[in-house]
Design a protein around this ligand. Sequence first.
Ligand code: DX5
Ligand code: ZN
Length: 216
Amino acid sequence: MNKLAPSILAADFAVLGEQIQKAAAAGADYIHVDVMDGMFVPSISFGMPVISSIRKVTDCPFDVHLMVQDPERYIEDFVKCGADSITVHAECCRHLDRTLHQIKECGVKTGVALNPATPLENLTYVLDKTDMVLIMTVNPGFGGQAFINSSISKIKRLREWLTKENLSTDIEVDGGINKNTLPRVLEAGANVIVAGSAVFSGDIEKNVKTLKDIMK
Ligand code: DX5
Ligand code: ZN
């Protein structure tokens, strides 16, 4: 089943709770929560206090994407403030296998994100411990960037690999997804779709419905 995960990075933070409720009511499956540390990526977004606050406005699962160096320092904190899944970057973890165990032990789903330049092969020994692989379709750090075309063959190769291994791991895509790029990532094998600007610029309900229609 295909799932839509609106990224609140593109929301209006002055009315964040209301915008999340609108996206959820229109059919969002998850809320994608981008945490940026100003080290791994150039920008800083928000952290636990914001997540605790928005946890109160919706039951929609929180898909937390940590763009954070050495994220093992914060796993418990993010679970406590309301994460339902935690995705860490392979590039940020000195002991990725250990970090994935740590996430599992906290009782939430695991995700591993790969930057556009990071090979799929980095997943070889952790694939069976990963509930979701996040293929970055832009270089992480900012919303509103253009989709990187080479991601398509990467998604295809990953889907083929998972099928061969008989794994039902989700493939999430993040960055530059809109009504034009969406059909291409779906066809390549992605099934969890992050969209920031394509949801929160303009009419949120209408945008969610447009994307969900393409995903049917
Ligand atoms: C990028 C973030 C994305 C971003 C996507 O570093 O991880 O989730 O918000 O934004 P759009 O959909 O506008 O490219
Ligand atoms: Zn993200």
